[in-house]
Ligand binder design. Structure first.
Ligand SMILES: Cc1ncc(COP(=O)(O)O)c(C=O)c1O
Length: 364
């Protein structure tokens, strides 16, 4: 039995009638860009994560870029980012004219607070922790560090919708937080989308201006969310808590089965006990990864690698001249991580199939 990496049709088709009605509404009102639909979604989303306000934007990348820009981060500034994350977390820092400073991760996959502390200089303006795979970063230690050194914290919560750190929602710790609604995310648009949440009303207003070509001293950009995507996200948002619960059940089943199989070459990133992980990604760390990948491919099991190279060693950041060995934990994850299929509707049979393929690949 083949198993897809994720199955969006299973999630979207049961909501088809509501989505078609939203499309009809958009056709009759011609509300294609920001307007009532985006306002409504912003209110709904802010309320769900417990933030004062939200600004809906075109994608998760622009959400980070505008959050940095609106806080005046630019030339001469340094922003600490994890060495293992999606390119956008660091690329947006460069878009502002600032320099990304790469911190190693720890065994959870998230940014290591001790590594951050060692990188702070008089030029440091901000830290961008990423709640990688859906597991919150060490927000207690990061916030202490930020307060001590008067730094902004912008949470990149692209993979962690409704995740909680010690019972507080991700997205409510820093001065701003950003989410992506890319199709593979826990809450996804039928296309692209993103949002910034913040408790700072004037910051929200600045971002609102910047997303639509009115940034004051900055020209701003076109980073508006489409009205139709906002309408679709409003339809899907009430289902998010249940989808997260199902993802957690799937993740639990994977952990139980693979731990029971006791495969010495496979382990999981460390799971913190004081967080509510939402498993956007089901990551395993596998020695001899190529063997496992060959087996998954042969059996038609969808997989991804998040991420094959730490950012500072990627070609696009080569100008910082980082060397292999500088980011030992990120490098280990990059060489061993495999993302297994996970989606709310995944069946026990599908989970068993994936685990069986891994077990068989170990024996062979
Ligand atoms: C950690 C992280 N940051 C930023 C982004 C960028 O989001 P988008 O693809 O919506 O621009 C993503 C999306 O994959 C992500 O996973």
């Amino acid at each position: 039995m083949s198993v897809p990496f994720c199955d969006l049709a299973m999630q979207n088709l049961p909501l088809r009638d509501e989505m078609v009605a939203a499309f009809d509404h958009a056709l009759s009102t011609s509300e294609f860009t920001v307007g009532d639909q985006t306002d409504h979604f912003e209110e709904q989303f802010a309320q769900m994560v417990g933030a004062q306000c939200a600004v809906a934007v075109s994608n998760g990348t622009d959400a980070i870029y505008l959050s940095l820009l609106a806080q005046g981060i630019g030339a001469g500034d340094e922003v600490i980012v994890p060495a293992l994350t999606f390119t956008a977390t660091a690329a947006t820092v460069e878009w502002c004219g600032a320099r990304p400073i790469f911190a190693d991760i720890n065994d959870t996959g998230c940014i290591c607070p001790q590594s951050c502390a060692s990188l702070i200089t008089p030029r440091t303006r901000a830290i961008i922790p990423v709640h990688l795979y859906g597991q919150p970063a060490a927000m207690d230690e990061i916030m202490v560090l930020a307060e001590q050194h008067h730094l902004c914290v912008i949470e990149d919560a692209s993979q962690s919708h409704l995740a909680r750190f010690q019972n507080q929602y991700c997205g409510t710790f820093g001065s701003a937080a950003t989410f992506s609604f890319y199709p593979s995310k826990n809450l996804s648009a039928c296309g692209e989308g993103g949002i910034v949440v913040t408790n700072n009303l004037s910051l929200a207003e600045k971002i609102r201006g910047l997303r639509s070509w009115s940034g004051g001293t900055h020209s701003g950009v076109n980073a508006r969310m489409h009205g139709l995507q906002a309408a679709i996200l409003s339809i899907k948002l009430p289902h998010l808590p249940a989808w997260n619960k199902e993802r957690r059940q799937v993740a639990h089943a994977y952990h139980k089965r693979l731990n029971k199989m006791d495969i010495p070459t496979i382990r999981f990133p460390r799971l913190r006990e004081d967080v509510f992980h939402v498993f956007n990604v089901l990551a395993i760390l596998a020695e001899h990864r190529t063997n496992y990948i060959a087996a998954l491919e042969k059996e038609g099991i969808g997989y991804r690698i998040h991420y094959a190279q730490p950012l500072p060693l990627q070609e696009c950041f080569i100008h910082y001249q980082h060397k292999k060995g500088e980011f030992p934990v990120a490098e280990l994850f990059a060489s061993q991580e495999i993302s297994l299929p996970i989606f709310p509707e995944m069946t026990t049979e599908q989970i068993d199939t994936v685990c069986g393929v891994l077990q068989k690949a170990t024996i062979n």
